[in-house]
Structures are given as C-alpha cells and as structure tokens.
Design a protein around this ligand. Structure first.
Ligand code: HXC
Length: 514
C-alpha cells in the first residue's frame, strides 16, 4: 500500500506541473499566473477539491499519441468563495496553449453539470487558443457541447467568464453566452479570428491589443463587463461580484448585517441637483450616497456611460441599480445604453436581485445614425426587459423623465412597485423648449415679439408640466419625497417587497426584440 500511495502522490505532482516548469516560467514572463496559481488566489484558502486530474486526450494524429499530459490542459473542481460553494475550471495555457480537445471539453461539461445539479455558480478561468487544431471535428464538437450547456445553464446558475490570456474562436463564444466577462489589461484578448487572419481577409493591419484587448472590449464592443490591471485584482473582483449574487435562480441574494443607526437624513442629497435644469451633475454621487458604505460595484463602467448599471447594498440588501447619467450625453438613451441596461435588468430578474432605478433622462437620442442602426429595436429591449421583470422594482425620478424614456425607466405603468419622485422631477412628453416650439408654433409665428412669446409660453409650460405633481395626482408617483429621506424610504419598501410574488403568463419563452 505504501508504494501505491507513493505512486499516487508522484502522479499528482506530475499532473500539477501541467506543461512543465519551463512553460510555467513562460507564463510568468508574460505577466500571467499558472492555472493552479489562479485557483489558489481565487478561492477560499484550502477549499479547492479537484476532479479529473488523470484525464488524458484520446487523439493519435500529428504525433499527439506521444504527447499526453495528465489533466489535458484544464483544471476542474469545486471550492468555497466567500464561504459559499462554486464550481470552476481553469484552462492551462502550458498544455497545447490551453486548447480544447474532446476530453478537455468533457471535463468542463462534467463540472458544469455538477454546478447545474447542485445549483451553484460556475466560473471559467479562460486561457485558450480555441479548438485543438489537431483534433479537428472532435474539438469543434466539444465546443458545441459546451455552448449548449452554457445556454441551458443560462438563468439557472450564474456563469462567469474570466479571460486571462489570448482567447480565440470557440474560446470566446462560450464566454459570450455567460453572464459576465472579466478581462485583464495588456494580457487578455478575445477575438473570433486573430490579427493574421484579419490581415489575410480584410487587409487590415491591427494589433492584438486594438483588435481584441481588454480596453477594446470594455469601451468599444461592450463584450467585457469588467477590466482590471492585473490577474490578482481581477480575481478579487470576481469574488466581489459573487458576493451580490444568489447561488441559483431559486435562491435569493444574501443580506449582510446593517447598522440601523447608519440611516439618517442625508442633506447632501438635497443639494446635489443644480438649480439650472440643463446643468449636468454626476449621478454616481447620488448612488454613492444611497448605497451602504458608499460601495457601488459598477458593471460596464467604460461602455455606454450615459447609463449606469451595477450592484450595491442598501440596508444590507443586495440590489441591481440602473441609473441615467446626466453627465454623459445628458443621460439620453441610445442604442448601446439600451442594450447595456436591458441585459443587466434581465440578469437581475433571472436571479431574484431587486432593481432600483434612478431616473434623469431627456428621452431617446434622435438622428439618422441611431434610427438607421435600429434604436427602435434596441430601445425596445430595455422596455421589454423592465416590463418582463417580476423582481421588486423601485423607481426614484430625480429630475427629467421625458417622453418614451419616462415609460421605459420602470414607470408605474410597467409594474414599478414603488415609484417616488424628488421635488425636482419633471415628468412630461418632452423638454419645455421643444414642446413650446411645437404646440405654440402658430402663436409664436404670429407674434410681433417671438422671443417674449416663447419666454411666456415656456414659463406656462414649466409651471404646468415640469414637476412631479400631476403624475402624483394620478397615482403614477406614489410619493414625492425629500432627497435626504431617500435611503430610509428605499430600505422600508425593499423590506416590504421581500415577500413580493408576481408572475408572467404561461408561455414557452418570450421573444425579446433581439
Ligand atoms: C493546438 C495550439 C492551439 C490550438 C495554440 N496552440 N493554439 N495547439 N490547437 N488551437 C499551441 C501552440 O502550438 C504552442 O505549442 C502553444 O500552444 C503556445 O502557442 P503560441 O502560439 O506559441 O503562443 P502565443 O504566441 O502566445 O499565441 C497564442 C495564440 C496563438 C494567439 C492563441 O497560438 C493562436 O493564434 N492560436 C490559434 C488560435 C485559433 O485560431 N484557434 C482555432 C480557433 S477555431 P508549443 O508546443 O509550441 O508550445 C475554433 C473553432 C470553434 O476555436 C468554433 C466555435 C464557434
């Protein structure tokens, strides 16, 4: 028995080295960690339980039968993160560039099935050259099997992808189906085809960084939800994200303890809105004054910045926050902002995370660029997502709520549970200037002094519409509140809504305007 134990320990030591010490050194030289070092950093200390360490590929062509490595390029298992269970896989670039073989895929599928059955999140640490070229259709099939399982798991358990190296081909489509993508500046890349193929097909000269680096995907494409400067920071923030999420769609997010003494009228909120209606202010300041410990975890921080989405806690409760940002494009809703908001709302709804919506929106962005690219179709996504959501939904209109954007931003009409307004709210079909120029066009044209006529009509319009009282009169606003009392109101209503039950009609699935 002693020999057998020695033999087992030896095999495990060999497996732990993956592609070998030289290749691990290469990883380090590129500023990257090894697959196992990443796991160690990521999970609660000493909690990782590995499975399938002895799996080897079954391929023969191109001399592969003589190149077998225990584990076949991916480490899989389960662990605790913030004291709660999670499943994970970590691709090992030192083994055939982390490429996906038939057996590598089988390992990922096995751990995903365990995550699905146990109802726990799955986190993929990706560092892969895509389908293992030598295995042909077997590796393509392996990817397709993963895509199918990613799709079936969508909305059942949270799926998080952490991109920690060059990921190409199939290695990007699996993350694309998951809920959140993390990337690292200057060492992680995502593209369907790399710069060489791009050059051959389109004759474009483009670097790795420009084509599919972290900045590109965080700012331009919106593919990456979070980017950080190094792997350690990235992995710590994946842990942070998980702290806001439940384990699965039947679970609820964990409340953390909250000191009731921390709720007090916060007069800083009373003076945040500028006196001039068109003057911008930073909505993130409002959010930070509302969330516990000023701790707001923003998603898509650098993409479509005219809308803000992210997680925070109020009174210890985990919430998804959606807010217009008057500081960027006046907080207007355009295509990218609508899609960003819609995806976040649907994630929160799928995983029982209540929604807080802070509104200051002048409407949808006009213009040919937006119309020809489908603002109707894309704007409808945000509308659809809010309409469909059955989680607790609370809105605070901070300033402008104009036109269709008033309806879209979780109005009472689309099942907002509590809709509040600050006294600074302006709820109208459009802004005063545009409205006056349309409805008083003839009077202004006939007037001997059009400037004064416009001024008078503006005053009349503002008095009549640029306030929250008409909406409150009709019950579309439940209360007009003092900004300083917002946090205590929110704590009370979100507590009340903890037992909320709402349902959509029975159907196979909805047909969101994609
Ligand atoms: C087999 C691969 C591989 C692959 C890399 N390697 N990619 N082996 N299949 N797909 C191996 C290399 O041969 C090398 O082996 C080692 O991994 C490291 O690769 P390098 O090229 O030396 O590293 P680097 O310079 O950092 O470049 C990394 C890379 C590049 C950008 C990922 O290797 C690359 O472009 N690979 C191919 C990417 C790709 O086109 N994949 C197929 C996508 S199609 P040695 O032994 O020398 O260390 C696909 C289909 C799915 O995935 C479709 C779904 C829709």
């Amino acid at each position: 028995m002693k020999d057998k134990i020695q033999d087992l320990l030896k095999k495990k030591e060999i497996a732990k080295l993956g592609g070998g010490e030289e290749k691990i050194k290469d990883q380090h030289n590129k500023g990257k960690l090894s697959a196992r070092e990443r796991i160690e950093l990521f999970v609660d200390e000493g909690t990782f339980e590995e499975i399938d360490m002895f799996v080897e590929h079954r391929a023969h062509d191109f001399g592969l039968d003589k190149m077998k490595i225990l584990g076949d390029g991916v480490v899989t298992g389960f662990a605790k993160i913030n004291g709660r269970p999670a499943a994970l896989f970590s691709q090992d670039f030192t083994v055939f560039g982390g490429s996906l073989s038939e057996t590598h895929a089988e390992k990922i599928i096995k751990i995903m099935n365990i995550a699905m059955k146990s109802g726990i999140p799955i986190i993929g640490l990706s560092d892969s050259g895509g389908a293992r070229i030598q295995e042909g259709v077997n590796s393509l099939g392996g990817y397709a099997d993963i895509f199918l399982l990613n799709t079936l798991a969508s909305g059942v358990i949270p799926q998080i992808s952490v991109i920690l190296g060059p990921c190409a081909g199939g290695a990007v489509y699996s993350p694309a189906i998951t809920d959140f993508i993390f990337m690292v500046r200057n060492s992680s890349y995502m593209f369907v085809t790399g710069p060489n193929v791009v050059k051959t097909v389109t004759h474009e000269n483009v670097s790795f960084e420009d084509l599919g680096g972290a900045e590109t995907h965080a700012v331009k494409s919106g593919v990456a939800h979070f980017i950080y400067n190094n792997e350690i920071e990235t992995l710590l923030n994946v842990r942070r994200l998980l702290s806001y999420l439940p384990l699965n769609f039947m679970d609820k997010p964990v409340d953390v303890s909250f000191n009731a003494g921390d709720i007090f009228p916060d007069e800083r909120l009373d003076v945040i809105i500028p006196d001039t209606p068109n003057k911008p202010y930073n909505m993130k300041e409002v959010i930070n004054l509302l969330v516990d410990k000023q701790d707001f975890f923003e998603v898509h921080q650098n993409y479509a910045e005219n809308i803000i989405v992210g997680f925070g806690r109020i009174g210890g409760m985990s919430l998804g926050i959606v807010a217009n940002q008057p500081q960027v494009l006046a907080g207007v809703l355009d295509i990218n902002a609508s899609v960003k908001g819609a995806r976040f709302v649907r994630f929160c709804d799928a995983f029982n995370i209540p929604l807080l919506v802070l509104v200051d929106v002048p409407g949808f962005l006009p213009g040919t660029e937006q119309e020809w690219n489908g603002i109707i179709r894309h704007g409808a996504k945000l509308l659809f997502a809010f309409c469909e959501a059955t989680v607790p939904k609370v809105t605070v209109i901070i300033r402008k709520a104009y036109g269709g954007a008033y309806d879209v931003m979780n109005s009472k009409h689309i099942r907002g549970d509590f809709n509040f307004a600050w006294p600074s709210a302006e709820i109208a079909v459009m802004g005063p200037k545009g409205a006056v120029e349309i409805i008083f066009k003839k009077e202004i044209a006939k007037s001997e002094n059009p400037e004064t006529e416009i001024e008078n009509k503006l005053e009349e319009y503002i008095k009549k519409f640029a306030n929250p009282y008409i909406a409150a009169e009709r019950g579309y606003i439940d209360d007009i509140i003092l900004p300083r009392d917002t946090k205590s109101k929110l704590i009370n209503v979100f507590h009340l809504l903890k037992t909320k039950v709402d349902k959509n009609p029975r159907k196979k699935h909805s047909n969101i305007p994609l």
